[in-house]
Ligand binder design. Sequence first.
Ligand SMILES: Cc1cc2nc3c(=O)[nH]c(=O)nc-3n(C[C@H](O)[C@H](O)[C@H](O)COP(=O)(O)OP(=O)(O)OC[C@H]3O[C@@H](n4cnc5c(N)ncnc54)[C@H](O)[C@@H]3O)c2cc1C
Length: 578
Amino acid sequence: MDVLDYDVLILGSGIAGLTAAIHAYRSSGGKVRIAIVSKLHAMRSHSVAAEGGVSGVLYPQLDKDSEELHAYDTVKGSDYLADQDAVDVLVKGAPKEIKFFDHIGVPWNRREQGRIMQRPFGGMTVPRTAFAADKTGFFMMRALYDEVLGCKDIDIFHEHFATSLILQKDGTSGFVAMDLANREIKAFRSKSTIIATGGASRVFGFTTNSYSNTGDGTAMAYRAGIPVKDMEFVQFHPTALVPSGILITEAARGEGGYLRNSDGRRFMEDYAKSKMELAPRDIVSRAIITEINNGKGLVDDESGMKYVYLDLRHLEPGKIDERLPMIKEMTIKMLNIDPSKEQIPIRPAAHFTMGGIHTDIHGRVMKSPTQPHDGLWAAGECACVSVHGANRLGSNSLSQCSVWGRMTGTAAAKKSMKLGHDRGRFTIEAEREAAALESLLDRKGDVNPYELKEEMHEVMDTHLYVYRNMKGMAYAREKLRSIYNRYGRVYVSDKGNTYNTNLRDVLELRNLIDLASIITECAIRRKESRGAHVVLEHPKRDDKRYLKHTIAQRSLRGMKVSYIPVKLGQFEPQERKY
Ligand SMILES: Cc1cc2nc3c(=O)[nH]c(=O)nc-3n(C[C@H](O)[C@H](O)[C@H](O)COP(=O)(O)OP(=O)(O)OC[C@H]3O[C@@H](n4cnc5c(N)ncnc54)[C@H](O)[C@@H]3O)c2cc1C
């Protein structure tokens, strides 16, 4: 059994993981050995799908903008659940990251005199989202990947699927992973490990996320006893294409797009008069569902899905081709709709995981609600630091991935130390994992994993969507318990060793079920409405009882839920109006 030793181990190769790798390499002068392990080819990581852009204050005087204003927008957008010290780090670090990407080759759209162009985004007071057409994530990933390929001592393990974390008392950490090409099991060991495994929106059926966003790192961390934070807060993006769920970027509204109901009316004036279509996502998603519930939606004949329209027909000629070319390509390919001539059918879809692995402001993974783990970090969407609180503002994620990618990569390289010779536990864990996979393949189960996943999706899409209610969530909890129990009887039909995607799907399903259960449990216990979490029986925000982060941790007696205070700062919680 192979045990592979590295100075720095990075699990995940999205924008957070690749940024971490580059800064681990650069800050150590190329002296540390780094491994990036990814269940996909690195360039297929979900980050390539990011469309609209990355936030940061670039020209404060010219744009009448400031880091303080960015912080204010973010905290207000979060419904005051973000930690304000972390938001401060985000807004101060973001401009440097946008310039870093400029230096490594991202072809930002430009304004006069070569300045980087910035577009309006939801909940932001001024245009501060830097972008490369509507393919920002792809260009950022391409630049990062090129940069990583230029670093001599970074090994990339593409298509290696990590199944469990190993955490030792001496600070050694790592994980076991299966090479998807041949099902070979390997253990990776280090004194500095960064988890950067992305979000978990595939817990839902109707989602903008790629199939790979199954929250593996978050679920593995939870199973290893690490606390996860604020998992009840799931962002539903207002404009997902019907019926596929493919994202129509918020930039479409940033560039001037309207939302219209079945009467052709711009209904956002009833919900957020001053911001209209550029209100934060939680508010726009609720507005859409309210319109639909009030009979002002339309129905897709094939899927039966209800929707409203995104209207880009009035945009100046050429704007769609210059700033939103991918949206045009997609609507034509998927629905034969040319957005300059016809309206686009959209409705809210699960999009972003605001919660995640509980980290401190430095990105250090916590082993208890208040104690950091030695030598273990998390960055990107899988981490809850928390800068997004109860509702993320669009374009703040790519800045979060970059800021904490740099920070954790640098810290991990600094911390990395020589490993001892004793690989005992790693070898044992890897052998145990190999045996577990064999027994999974041999299992004579009677439950079809894909049917079980559909059942989970049905439960989550129905009861944990934009509007939640106590009865529905209690039903979801019961259903998920039954799904969890039946997972034990799931069978793997494909017994092969080469790219056994059936086995991978079954392993991902375990992660999804764990996370669906955590989301539901935490949602049931938060008896208020804040940001993306809205409970019909408790329609108001309740700062007295719930201005706090939810922590879920695995214990011998099951899931333990506790709370820690939100770190407030200069922005006092106020009623959120737009
Ligand atoms: C369609 C879409 C558009 C978006 N557009 C924007 C935008 O314009 N601006 C913005 O700020 N945000 C945007 N977001 C959000 C943003 O793209 C993500 O939050 C961000 O890209 C996440 O990056 P990451 O590095 O954390 O993870 P990812 O890019 O998701 O990468 C996760 C990595 O972990 C690896 N991994 C996962 N599990 C395992 C495992 N078990 N074993 C091994 N490897 C594993 C994967 O292979 C992958 O390499 C968008 C989201 C979507 C869905």
